[in-house]
Design a protein around this ligand. Structure first.
Ligand code: ADP
Length: 514
């Protein structure tokens, strides 16, 4: 049984001799037991059978005698080719001669078998059927490939934002999608056939960049990068793209038969990024200048204050100041001290911004720091009839830090709490553990802070709002300095508040020792 006929075969046989028909039939059945053989013995029967075949009941093969009375083999062949051109047509006949056979094959017959050698029939039939199967498989594959090509073409064309450019192995443009037309402002007809070096700037071309890019893709499979290209109108375009080598077949080792360049117009993004970089550099430069200016200014302002303070003190102590002016000297001293504090803040701030704070690090018992600060603010809290309480629940109190600076930080926080809490309010200072760290919280029931200002208040010269600033004064430096100092200590300083009018909590967290 034939290996190439898994499904029952349908064969049409044109044969006027009953005997020969039987004979051929036996041969067919012997090799294809399930095959159906329709025998017709004249032109009318043959035409009928072909008409039905064309209408949807096709034959797998047609076998035909060479001479049927009144109907020649070549005519039958022509007729079959006209109606069912894809069905193999095999002559099965007596002697037809070499020349005749060649003619028939040229005319379109698939093969011929002599009735004397019908044993060849299965071989010939198998080959014919195999050819049909192969042809159909090839056509299916071609259809699939065409479909894939079509989809590829549509997808590539739909990529309006991407230029997809196919090049041959020398870099000549062979395909140019819609994205390329839009990006380069160059029509397809103008692009095709020209070398893709035309897209590069004159300098890059002269410097051999085009060849280098092709070489890199040849060597590494692809080469990607950002560079300036030229649009058709000569304007520069920042292209962000990749050039990929295309090889014969699927094989990595296949010969390179071209390249695919895919790129995007990144000019806007590039220019925006460049503008942003420049603006940032400029801002940083301006900021550094400001820091330098503040540092110099503060220093210069601070210097004359000491002699003024000393002079006022000497006058107060030793000069006989008429009683009506006696109050002026302490006033001068107080204001000089205030001025000195402001300037010290500015100096601190500029040192922090420049990363030049030097901490005198030591073991610091934070309980002592808290006590010292409570002492310092006692008077102010009494004046405003604020209840100032404290509670120590932390297991560890020792941190590594600069005692004076930590005191400055805590003083600033508690001082603010008193400043921003109305008369008769409450402030609670609590210490507890935050894992291995010490957490100090200053909780007040004062004016609170709105959400938007919460992080801003740690920046220099920032205050929660203008009205607050006018009412309470201050430069907005204290928290910036405190935050900077806490960061220098490797700790954290955070503000929290349920909202305006609902109090604020400042939390200072520091690593502890042992
Ligand atoms: P200054 O007190 O000089 O304005 P700070 O840096 O110490 O500067 O504080 C910045 C801002 O943070 C204050 O102006 C205020 O708006 C807000 N603030 C600080 N502490 C509190 C607090 N306990 N309650 C409400 N707002 C506060």
């Amino acid at each position: 049984m034939s290996a190439f006929a898994p499904a029952p075969l349908k064969i049409l046989l044109l044969e006027d001799s009953k005997f020969d028909a039987e004979f051929v039939g036996e041969f067919v059945r012997a090799n294809y037991p399930l095959a159906r053989l329709d025998v017709v013995d004249d032109e009318a029967g043959f035409r009928d059978a072909l008409a039905q075949a064309a209408a949807g009941q096709p034959y797998d093969a047609i076998l035909s005698d060479h001479e049927v009375p009144g109907y020649g083999g070549p005519q039958a062949l022509d007729h079959a080719l006209g109606v069912v051109p894809r069905t193999p047509f095999i002559f099965v006949s007596g002697l037809i001669g070499e020349e005749n056979a060649v003619d028939l094959l040229k005319r379109g017959a698939t093969d011929y078998v002599s009735k004397n050698r019908l044993s060849r029939l299965p071989v010939v039939l198998d080959r014919a059927l195999r050819e049909v199967a192969e042809r159909e498989a090839r056509e299916r594959a071609e259809r699939r490939a065409r479909k894939a090509d079509e989809i590829y073409g549509r997808v590539v064309d739909a990529l309006n934002d991407y230029a997809v450019i196919l090049l041959d192995r020398d870099g000549v443009i062979r395909d140019w999608n819609r994205g390329a037309i839009a990006i380069f402002g160059l029509a397809r007809e103008q692009a095709l056939g020209s070398h893709f070096g035309r897209l590069f700037t004159d300098e890059d071309r002269a410097a051999g960049v085009v060849e280098r890019e092709l070489d890199a893709a040849r060597r590494n499979g692809s080469s990607s990068g950002d560079r300036w290209l030229r649009r058709a109108d000569g304007t520069p375009m920042r292209a962000d793209g990749v050039l990929t080598a295309l090889r014969d077949g699927d094989d990595e080792a296949g010969e390179i038969n071209g390249f695919c360049k895919i790129l995007r117009d990144g000019t806007d993004a590039y220019e925006n990024a460049a503008a942003l970089r420049e603006a940032k550099d400029e801002a940083e430069r301006a900021n550094r200048t400001k820091d330098r200016f503040l540092a110099v200014l503060s220093h210069e302002l601070r210097t004359p204050l000491a002699p003024i303070a000393t002079a006022a003190e000497v006058l107060e102590r030793e000069a006989g100041v008429p009683p009506q002016y006696a109050a002026l000297l302490p006033m001068i001293r107080r204001n000089v001290a205030l001025e000195a504090r402001l300037i010290d803040d500015l100096l601190d701030l500029t040192a922090i911004a420049a990363g030049k704070v030097t901490l005198k690090l030591d073991r610091v018992d934070m309980r002592q720091v808290v006590d010292a600060v409570l002492d310092m603010v006692k008077e102010a809290s009494l004046e405003k009839r604020i209840s100032l309480t404290s509670r120590w629940d932390a297991a560890r109190a020792t941190v590594r830090g600069d005692a004076a600076r930590l005191q400055q930080v805590l003083w600033n926080i508690v001082h603010n709490a008193i400043k921003f809490t109305p008369e008769g309010g409450r402030i609670d200072l609590r210490a507890d553990d935050d894992g291995p760290r010490l957490r100090l919280r200053c909780i007040d029931d004062g004016i609170g802070i709105d959400r938007a200002s919460r992080d801003r208040i740690f920046s220099a010269f920032e205050q929660a709002d203008g009205a607050v600033a006018r009412r309470f004064g201050g430069l907005g430096l204290g928290l910036a300095i405190a935050h900077g100092l806490v960061t220098e200590h490797g700790g954290r300083l955070e503000a929290d508040s349920p909202g305006p009018g609902q109090g604020a909590t400042f939390t200072l967290t520091l690593d502890t020792l042992d």
